[in-house]
Design a protein around this ligand. Structure first.
Ligand code: NAG
Ligand code: NAG
Ligand code: NAG
Ligand code: NAG
Ligand code: NAG
Ligand code: NAG
Ligand code: NAG
Length: 501
């Protein structure tokens, strides 16, 4: 498998925020619902892997639409996709490693979880990658899946977890593998699902490796400003000048836009293919570049949504710091953002107002408007314009977009999160929470050991689920050690499991 196929996936959040319209009226620049999703939209060259090149076989499972009621339509079936690799699985009692799919095509996550392929021979493991309902091909209502709340209502994390349980049980039955230990793996939202799966279905999975899973990013568990403070810290760590240039550029952008022919001028500065319709698309473009680059600040070159050099934040700051005194700040931030959008060097011009969704992520907007309400704001110490979080605006915007009312406290009601150390110490076991502190999501992750078997593996220089990437010869020592620790711990779980049999 080529290393380009093993890139890491990213947790695509669409912060359930105000509508752009409301925000503009208040003229508070906040991260908009679609902002982060726009990294897909803006990305000049989406890198969707072609499925035939993945070393897996494709299967479909007739899945139940609604696991939790017995209303007339609940037992409707839909076809849920999953991928298998049994090359390293010598016997039906050998381990089964299951990736709990997240918000996109399962191929995308499979091709970015090379770690599982790397360790399968050591563990003699069967690899299973299950697609999350409402993503990729696993659409319960086909092309109509997104048309109304009647159909979208079946898109919830609890249904997804139940899907995984039902599918794993059926697969084990069909393979006569009832005795095989199952370990679940997931990164980002998939990591949250893996951890929750272990807590809700301990009789099905005997352990979970949850990488970069921000299960504490809900309610008031972590400060709302932590995500953007962490992004800012990454840039500050490179140089104070870099941080300040970015911080000051937002005002400059707005000032230029407000002048006569401002948009025309910005179209030139930012090499827009067409004359810009709105300054907000440039702002979102810059915002996206700085946020995503912080998340994927990997120690080796990567090509996830865009091709990037090793330590891309350092590269951006080097560019900003390298300009002569007196250079316009917008030229500086444009050049830095170009690392994200044009590292390959073959982009002729940028399309700020186009749109596409190569990874089939359109369901996340719904999830962010129902269960996945993650309050975030920008403190005035961050490099982004200060902004507050107003749940009322989220609510209004969600109602406007989907006709649905969010349940901002449901995640913590269903899965917990408050005082997690105390709660999990008393009843949970066999979960690894891995995080890299360069990843802004790490601030919503579990960063301290909870018990002898609920373990936090934290790396100072790690980025968003960097441990799940395929190993390369250039990997730094801390990354090699992190993966070795994970392997050691999972081995202990499995040894204990067989001993107990
Ligand atoms: C399983 O993965 C390995 C490693 O990538 C690959 O060599 C093998 O061909 C795969 N097996 C199948 C059936 O695709
Ligand atoms: C059940 O499904 C049928 C046919 O798909 C549909 O017409 C009906 O509205 C559904 N009923 C409910 C309660 O969702
Ligand atoms: C669903 O949409 C896709 C892409 O637009 C199209 O190729 C496919 O034929 C449609 N499927 C059905 C059942 O209409
Ligand atoms: C197990 O076999 C049954 C019967 O052939 C089939 O319907 C089901 O889809 C299989 N399960 C999985 C996970 O493929
Ligand atoms: C992309 O990079 C190449 C090489 O540095 C440069 O010539 C080109 O102008 C850049 N494209 C844009 C839109 O800035
Ligand atoms: C930034 O926030 C601090 C406290 O949160 C406040 O004291 C300070 O005045 C603020 N600075 C600006 C420029 O708003
Ligand atoms: C951001 O949220 C925190 C609560 O976590 C709050 O104390 C702070 O005042 C908020 N900051 C802004 C700028 O709204």
């Amino acid at each position: 498998m080529s290393s380009s196929l093993h890139q890491l996936f990213i947790f695509i959040i669409i912060i359930s925020f105000t509508t752009t319209t409301i925000t503009r009226v208040n003229s508070i620049p906040v991260p908009f619902p679609e902002t982060l999703k726009q990294s897909l939209i803006h990305n000049p060259k989406p890198t969707k892997p072609s499925s035939p090149s993945l070393p897996v076989t494709t299967h479909y499972f007739p899945q139940i639409l609604d696991h939790f009621t017995f209303t007339p339509n609940s037992s409707k079936l839909f076809s849920q996709k999953y991928l298998l690799n049994s090359t390293f699985w010598p016997s039906s009692s050998s381990p089964i490693f299951v990736y709990t799919g997240n918000e996109g095509d399962i191929e995308w996550f499979t091709s970015n979880t090379g770690f599982m392929f790397d360790i399968a021979p050591t563990f003699n493991a069967l690899l299973v990658f299950i697609e999350h309902r409402f993503y990729g091909e696993s659409l319960p209502f086909g092309n109509d899946s997104y048309t109304s709340t009647d159909t979208l209502g079946y898109l919830t994390s609890t249904q997804a977890l139940a899907d995984y349980a039902a599918l794993i049980k059926s697969l084990k039955h069909n393979l006569s593998a009832q005795a095989a230990p199952v370990v679940v793996f997931g990164g980002s939202y998939g990591g949250m699902l893996a951890a929750w799966f272990r807590l809700k279905y301990p009789h099905i999975a005997m352990g979970a490796l949850a990488s970069s899973a921000p299960i504490l990013q809900f309610d008031k568990i972590v400060p709302w400003s932590s995500f953007y403070d962490a992004v800012s810290q990454d840039y500050k760590d490179e140089s104070m000048n870099c941080f300040e240039v970015i911080k000051e550029s937002w005002d400059v952008l707005m000032q230029v836009a407000a002048t006569k022919n401002g948009l025309l001028q910005l179209s030139k500065t930012f090499k827009s293919c067409k004359k810009l319709q709105s300054v907000y698309s440039v702002r979102d473009w810059l915002w996206t570049a700085f946020v995503y680059t912080a998340m994927v600040d990997y120690p080796t070159p990567a090509n996830f949504m865009a091709s990037l050099p090793a330590y891309p934040v350092k590269q951006m700051c080097r560019i900003i710091d390298g300009f002569p005194k007196g250079t316009n700040k917008l030229d500086k931030v444009f050049a830095a953002a170009s690392v994200y959008y044009n590292y390959s060097g073959d982009v002729k011009c940028f399309d700020f107002e186009g749109s596409s969704d190569p990874h089939g992520l359109n369901g996340w907007g719904w999830q962010a408007c129902t269960e996945m309400v993650m309050p975030m704001n920008c403190s005035n110490e961050s490099m982004f314009p200060p902004s507050s979080y107003d749940y009322k605006q989220t609510e209004a915007s969600c109602y406007f977009k989907y006709g649905v009312q969010p349940r901002p406290h449901w995640i913590t009601t269903e899965y917990g999160g408050n005082r997690i150390e105390k709660v999990l110490k008393r009843f949970g076991s066999n979960i690894i929470f891995s995080n890299g502190l360069r990843d802004p999501w790490s601030r919503g992750g579990v960063l301290k050991n909870i018990s002898p078997s609920i373990i936090a593996l934290v790396t100072e220089k790690g980025a968003h689920h960097v441990d799940f990437r395929t190993a390369t010869k250039d990997d730094p020592k801390w990354l090699i050690e992190q993966r070795e620790n994970e392997i050691k711990i999972i081995k202990q779980w499995i040894d204990q499991y067989y001993k107990d049999l």
